[in-house]
Design a protein around this ligand. Structure first.
Ligand SMILES: NC(=O)C1=CN([C@@H]2O[C@H](COP(=O)(O)OP(=O)(O)OC[C@H]3O[C@@H](n4cnc5c(N)ncnc54)[C@H](O)[C@@H]3O)[C@@H](O)[C@H]2O)C=CC1
Ligand SMILES: O=C([O-])CC(=O)C(=O)O
Length: 346
């Protein structure tokens, strides 16, 4: 009788201890995180919403678009993962979508058609990005911002100016998403070097348009002697033209959406891990930088509890890469200046 009573007390204590441990794990070790996606009903927005719903680090997922959000939100919300989904469908609801966000991902805006450059999107997307960033400054000034909307080389400087004007700019919290360039460089390198793609790492620096995209294949791992200089030049060109390859294949139906959603989800996950204090999270991103004389530049970035913990240097470059770096500076500088001028004048 006594032993059975003891056993039941012991097991009650054990149950309460493990419940306490579970509670403290939820309350402490893995913080609650709200992620907002602006442009959530678009070609990128929909699969990105799906992937973020699958991310166990996301507690609340706010899906905002000017059209089509209720359907996307209802659809994604039926997936049996913990993130709570809410859809926001009009400008009046943008504040609610943003409030309390730790991370805002922006894939809002028009995509390219064949024959266009990313800069041809400037006239429409600059205004969209400006108004969304004005709302971010108002409703969630401390959130990390992942800018996907093109031309990234200009939209990130636009965002920085909007935040400066609002008095909320924190260079550590603004990121141009260049992960798709890294994803492509890894895939193309693995195919050519015949190494397992899951083991490949390739930094991609510079910006996110044409020759401003500079993959550093001399630093690719696993390293290989199997590639000729010609192979490296062809891999570089293919990475730089990766977006155009998709635009042409889609023949008027837009640009990369699925690979971009994957890349956006990879980068957002890295940002959330950094925020949560996971050590050694390094990704390439287009950020405010002193790596070159340009005020914004993509390079490896260490992510932490406040966003950018450290902007890493370029490392040793081959002569071909050194030349590529010099060649990209004029275009990148002018795209950055175009964004800053727009934000200052509008
Ligand atoms: N950074 C990168 O590596 C990449 C960037 N992109 C860029 O991402 C952007 C989106 O591309 P897609 O999803 O294919 O275009 P899409 O046209 O399929 O979707 C864009 C969505 O943005 C929404 N939108 C427009 N104005 C808005 C506003 N003011 N507020 C909220 N939502 C708004 C639209 O309703 C639409 O649902 C384009 O600018 C494209 O160039 C695309 C691929 C890669
Ligand atoms: O090429 C485009 O217009 C979309 C984009 O940025 C990419 O796929 O890298």
């Amino acid at each position: 009788m006594r032993t059975s009573l003891l056993r039941s007390v012991e097991s009650a204590v054990k149950r309460s201890r493990s419940a306490h441990l579970r509670r403290s794990f939820h309350a402490g070790a893995v913080p609650e995180r709200k992620v907002a996606i602006l442009g959530a009903a678009g070609g990128i927005g929909q699969p990105l919403s799906l992937l973020m719903k699958l991310n166990p680090l996301v507690t609340r997922l706010a899906l905002y678009d000017i059209a089509g959000t209720p359907g996307v939100a209802a659809d994604v919300s039926h997936i049996n993962t913990p993130a709570e989904v809410a859809g926001y469908a009009s400008e009046e609801q943008l504040g609610k979508a943003l409030e309390g966000s730790d991370l805002v991902i922006i894939p809002a805006g028009v995509p390219r058609k064949p024959g266009m450059t990313r800069d041809d999107l400037f006239n429409i997307n600059a205004g969209i990005v400006k108004s969304l960033c004005t709302a971010i400054a108002k409703y969630c000034p401390n959130a990390l911002v992942n800018m996907i909307s093109n031309p990234v080389n200009s939209t990130v400087p636009i965002a920085s100016e909007v935040f400066k004007k609002a008095g909320t700019y924190d260079a550590k919290k603004l990121f141009g998403v260049t992960t798709l360039d890294v994803v492509r460089a890894k895939t193309f390198y693995a195919g050519k070097a015949k190494v397992p793609v899951s083991e490949v790492n390739v930094p991609v620096v510079g910006g996110h348009a044409g020759i401003t995209i500079l993959p550093l294949f001399s630093q690719a791992t696993p390293s290989t002697n199997a590639l000729s200089e010609e192979d490296i030049h062809a891999l570089t060109k293919r990475t730089q033209d990766g977006g155009t390859e998709v635009v042409e294949a889609k023949a008027g139906k837009g640009s990369a959406t699925l690979s971009m959603a994957y890349a956006g989800a990879v980068f957002a996950d890295a940002c959330l891990k950094g925020l949560n204090g996971v050590p050694d999270i390094v990704e390439c991103s287009f950020v405010q930088s002193t790596v070159t004389e340009l005020p914004f530049f993509a390079s490896k970035v260490r992510l932490g509890k406040n966003g950018v913990e450290e902007v890493l240097g370029l490392g040793p470059l081959s002569d071909f890469e050194k030349q590529g770096l010099e060649n990209l500076k004029a275009e990148l500088k002018s795209s950055i200046e175009k964004g800053i001028k727009f934000a200052k004048e509008n």
